[in-house]
Write a protein that binds this ligand. Structure first.
Ligand SMILES: [Zn+2]
Length: 318
């Protein structure tokens, strides 16, 4: 099947809330210190099942503030439309163009080595771009628990990303509450996820905690300000954004993709709405990293039409 959890990962697990060790009891992880349980969920797969452990914190509704309720509503909306959206959009051209554009970034700009934690890593697409020999351990974590569901219904995705056919270390959790002990990873990778977090401050603190000293945090995000074409978060960039969007959709998937995107936008289909909670300003992102003792060692900007995306390689210092 497509999901696994290596013994080496299990050794590094802790309670995502209180960070104390976990026990396995009746096929679920339990924390006796704060009385929390982390069971597994069955994910449908070729008529069989994949088991995914759920380390998300499930607060009762009456314990959630308005911000958290809003975040959860956006996440659920995204998750509900996810499977339908991705089986319908299983387009080889789109995926292979995506692979080509990212290959350049990972091969030329960043060298990922060691034990890797991919936060918001979904189906573990990053594996396609890293050398097996350089990365003895890889795990993807994502609150989207059903990302691996019925993989065989997405043959073009698997054709463009053949490494997805290999079982992937994966568990469901949120970036703000990572279930790993401190000083575990050499690399933490956060690609296009900063705008989805409910509490990015806590998420960066958690990334710092689980990284070894001198470990590398790689972040990419759409930003305004800095060298981004988008100077401010307001309407004067609307036209420029539209042009970028149209050029990107055309370049990556041709006319078919462009027209589909336009129709979906016009219909405002459920699940197609943005799932972004934050819109990052370049200066704020840099400030957040500095405040949390990450030294920036490399900055890379994507080119038109994606020249609003910045990639940062940063090092955990003490
Ligand atoms: Zn606990």
């Amino acid at each position: 099947m497509y999901v696994k959890l290596d013994a080496e990962i299990i050794k590094t697990l802790c309670c995502p809330l209180c960070k104390e060790p976990l026990k396995i009891q009746d096929k679920e992880f339990i924390c006796k210190v704060c009385a929390s349980k982390y069971p597994s969920q069955d994910i449908p797969q070729r008529g069989l099942k994949d088991k995914v452990f759920d380390f998300r914190i499930h607060r009762p509704d009456y314990c959630m503030n308005r911000g958290l309720k809003n975040w959860l509503a956006v996440q659920n909306d995204y998750m509900n439309g996810y499977f339908e959206r991705y089986t319908k959009k299983d387009d080889f051209l789109v995926f292979s163009n995506e692979v080509e554009s990212l290959k350049e970034i990972y091969a030329k700009e960043f060298n990922i080595k060691g034990k890797v934690l991919d936060i918001g890593g979904g189906e573990g697409k990053l594996r396609q771009f890293i050398k097996r020999d350089n990365v003895p351990l890889y795990i993807s974590v994502d609150p989207l628990i059903n990302g691996f569901e019925n993989f065989e219904l997405r043959p073009n995705l698997l054709k463009a990303y053949p490494r997805l056919l290999e079982p992937c270390n994966f568990l469901a959790c949120c970036a703000e509450n990572l279930p790993f002990v401190k000083n575990t990873f050499d690399v933490v990778h956060i690609k296009s996820a900063m705008d989805h977090f409910s509490d990015p401050y806590l998420a960066i603190k958690e990334a710092y905690r689980v990284l070894k000293t001198g470990g590398i945090l790689i972040i990419s995000s759409t930003v305004f300000g800095g060298k981004s074409f988008s100077r401010a978060e307001n309407r004067d960039t609307f036209l420029r954004r539209l042009v970028s969007d149209v050029v990107y959709k055309f370049r990556i998937g041709g006319f078919k993709n462009l027209i589909e995107a336009a129709i979906n936008k016009a219909l405002k289909k459920k699940g197609w709405a943005t799932s972004h909670i934050f819109h990052w300003k370049y200066d704020d992102l840099i400030d957040l990293l500095h405040k949390n003792k990450f030294r920036i060692i490399k900055e890379h900007w994507q080119t038109f039409p994606l020249d609003m995306i910045v990639w940062l390689e940063t090092k955990k210092i003490i």
